[in-house]
Ligand binder design. Structure first.
Ligand code: ADP
Ligand code: MG
Length: 736
């Protein structure tokens, strides 16, 4: 105050008349210590629940096995925490509530290996600056306890002897009595008690050796009551209820077992658990903390694998060497910083993904029923409508382009089949038999995923992964489809066009290899005969009319392809989840990406490709080409029906009179009224296109973020096109 007076005196003198700027200069003063302490206290004790957390943590640090919390008026009137811990020494009571007095830390370096929850010696002190604190405590072997009261860090008077039960009871009354604004906002919010209950629930499921109870003052029943020494699952059941406990999967992850530097164990909800909000209980080195990055990563895993159950319940306990965790980054220690956080999160993500996927596999009702032949028939009807007569060509991709690995030489491959007949067929058979037996041998002795060729293929994916593209895919925002093939993405300040067909094909290929021999099934409602499916594929490829020599040729090709595939049913089923029954009917397909059913119109092409393009002579090439064929089938191609919202709308307009090709119609296509659309076809196309767009946004991109390792080739093959730099655009706008 003195300083301020001097300063203003000086400013009023004539000889140094201040400029207007000087007059506004702020004066720096030393704050009163009481003000400093109250400000600091307001930061540590932000609301009643923060006081409860500090008190309960102190009780846990004191080795308690029973902790009772009583709350009045959401904590504003009274918070009372009683424990049966080691108590506080009489000699320490005078300084107990001074700032920076603690029994848990003596030098800064201890922070590196600290195991207790408290270490700053700030919590009790803070409470005395914003409330009235009474401590009752008794230590071992004492006949009576002591009670002391505290205000602004100072003990009121000598501690009074009193009767006490084992441990410590700390009572905070009239919290925020001296912070009118905060008290007012808190009085208006009804949810403080529920926040306290939620906090105690979290502690109760982690610290299972402690019994917790929490109730409102005067209430006969506790709102949380846990039993000490129960199993984790029992604790979850008693605290969160049966509906949560019965839908949990146990999960464990650790570094390589020898180093034991990172361990996680927990429980995560399965696909039956449906909630409105994610519930995440996270303990790192036994500290209840939050980790936004981990939470987001978990949400992504659920969105990609179980979108219908995408608000999970998660309990997770992570153990790390203390020196890998910085606990001192947040005023209430709510957040921590981890060394190697990204690696840890990635490990947790992939463990969760495989856990959720496996749990899905064991559920029989997961199978989806579809009828590919029905669909194919309807599509072939659609495709056979001569599009040229309406002036617009449908964007149907010719079969040879979709199914053959060598699209440059489609006819050559077919000719080879025709001429090879018996001898090459026999050769193939013997090759196949020897390969199958070699696979079988290894399969029986070891895990299927141990096949070296599969491991090699997976390793190739890892080694050719392009780091920058990985970052782009992992951190981009999907903005929408720019056209039928390219999606618009934003990454940092750049906009990109990304080819979803290429990207999805690569993702599916990688997924097939990762899921090798572990596929869930898509069950076809009506098994479809191979021969007919392949015939369909061949017909779609040809422009010549049916019948005659061409038809004969087609039938022969279909027959041979059917034969080749039939000979490989065992392997196709075991490793790739493609089931062909004894009568040569396709009955099951693999699920390559959860929650996504491929376009069944493309089943005929998949089979033609399996019969035609797979290299059966070499194990690795064989797996690679089969994975490629399945990936192509699963990729997000534009639907076979033209996009009804674009220029292709013309395709769905019905000719009202005469042959439109002769130009004898009385109006142009644009004049045709709405009702003259081929309605069924139009709605089918609309459905197919909007479903694809939904899946691209909600299934493809979340899954790519998680699982895709973009190969280096994608950096140059036009899969990604940088279209704009937002920074430059802003600059241009600024200039305008
Ligand atoms: P910190 O926990 O960071 O040490 P606090 O202000 O929370 O600081 O507590 C100060 C000290 O009071 C602790 O170090 C501990 O020795 C003692 N203490 C607080 N609560 C309890 C309790 N419930 N039982 C035993 N000792 C306690
Ligand atoms: Mg403490």
């Amino acid at each position: 105050m003195e300083l301020e007076a001097q300063a203003s005196d000086r400013m009023d003198t004539e000889e140094c008349t201040p400029t207007p700027l000087q007059r506004e200069l702020p004066i720096i003063r030393r704050l009163d210590e009481a003000v400093v302490n109250r400000i600091a206290a307001g930061e540590v004790i932000q609301r009643p629940v923060s006081a409860v957390k500090e008190l309960v943590e102190n009780s846990i640090d004191a080795g308690s096995t029973s902790i009772t919390v009583v709350v009045k008026d959401g904590g504003l009137k009274l918070i009372q925490v009683s424990d049966d811990g080691h108590g506080i020494r009489y000699e320490d009571l005078p300084i107990l509530c001074e700032r920076h007095t603690t029994s848990k830390l003596s030098k800064y370096e201890d922070l590196q290996s600290i195991k207790s929850m408290g270490f700053r010696g700030e919590a009790l002190a803070s409470m005395t600056y914003v409330g009235h604190v009474t401590v009752t405590t008794i230590t071992k072997d004492q006949l009576h306890g002591y009670r002391a009261t505290y205000k602004d860090g100072v003990m009121g008077c000598e501690p009074k002897a009193c009767a006490a039960v084992k441990g410590t009871q700390i009572m905070i009354e009239n919290l925020f009595y001296n912070m009118a604004a905060r008290k007012k906002t808190l009085q208006n919010s009804a949810d403080d008690y529920s926040k306290i209950v939620d906090l105690i629930c979290r502690f109760a499921i982690h610290h299972t050796s402690v019994s917790f109870s929490c109730r409102k003052h005067g209430a006969a029943r506790a709102d949380v009551q846990s039993v000490s020494k129960s199993s984790r699952l029992d604790a979850i059941r008693s605290v969160y209820g049966v509906s949560v406990a019965q839908n949990l999967l146990k999960i464990e992850v650790s570094d390589d077992p020898s180093s034991s530097s990172f361990k996680m164990d927990g429980f995560i909800s399965n696909s039956n658990y449906i909630a409105k909000k994610i519930a995440m209980v996270l303990f790192i080195n036994d500290r209840l903390v939050e980790c936004g990055a981990l939470k987001r990563a978990i949400e992504i895993v659920y969105a990609a694998t179980l979108p219908k159950a995408s608000k999970p319940f998660i309990y997770m306990s992570i153990k790390l060497p203390p020196e890998h965790v910085d606990v001192n980054v947040h005023p209430t220690k709510r957040e921590v910083t981890l060394l190697n956080q990204e690696i840890i999160i990635e490990k947790i993500q992939s463990a969760m993904e495989s856990k959720l996927r496996n749990s899905n596999e064991s559920r029989t009702f997961r199978e989806q029923k579809v009828d590919p032949l029905d669909n194919s028939v309807s599509t072939s009807k659609a495709a056979s409508t001569p599009p040229s007569s309406f002036g617009t060509k449908p964007q149907k991709v010719p079969v040879h382009k979709m199914v053959r690995t060598d699209s440059q030489d489609p006819a050559g491959r077919l000719d080879a089949y025709m001429q090879s007949t018996q001898s090459s067929q026999m050769q193939r058979n013997s090759c196949l038999a020897s390969m199958r037996s070699s696979i079988k041998e290894r399969r029986n002795s070891r895990e299927t995923a141990d096949l070296t060729s599969i491991q090699e293929l997976v390793r190739e994916i890892d080694s050719s992964c392009h780091t920058e593209l990985l970052d782009l895919v992992g951190h981009c925002t999907y903005l929408g489809m720019a056209d039928d093939v390219f999606a618009l993405l934003q990454h940092n300040t750049h906009l990109y066009l990304a080819n979803v067909v290429n990207l999805s094909k690569e993702l599916m290929y990688q997924q097939v290899l990762r899921r090798f021999a572990h596929f869930s099934a898509i069950q076809l409602s009506v098994p479809a005969p191979l021969w007919e499916l392949i015939m369909l594929a061949l017909k779609e490829d040809e422009l010549e009319p049916e019948g005659g020599e061409q038809e004969n040729l087609r039938e022969k090709i279909a027959e041979m392809n059917t034969k080749v595939i039939k000979q490989k049913t065992e392997m196709l089923e075991e490793y790739f989840g493609i089931h062909i029954d004894q009568d040569g009917n396709l009955s099951r397909l693999p699920i390559v990406l959860d929650q996504y059913t491929p376009d069944m119109d493309r089943v005929p092409e998949l089979l033609l490709c399996l019969g035609n393009d797979v290299n059966w002579d070499d194990e690795k090439a064989c797996f690679q080409t089969i994975a490629g064929a399945i990936a192509n089938f699963y990729a997000f191609h534009p639907p076979l029906l033209p996009n009804p919202s674009g220029e292709s709308l013309q395709f769905y307009k019905r000719a009202s009179s005469g042959d439109p090709e002769e130009g004898s119609t009385s109006h142009s296509a644009d004049d045709i009224p709405e009702e003259q659309l081929e309605q069924d076809l139009f709605s089918e196309a609309e459905r197919a296109w909007s479903q694809r767009e939904w899946s691209i946004q909600h299934v493809l991109f979340p899954s790519m973020r998680l699982f895709l390792k973009p190969p280096t080739s994608m950096a140059t093959d036009g899969t990604f096109v940088k279209v704009a730099s937002l920074e430059k655009l802003y600059k241009i706008f600024e200039r305008c």
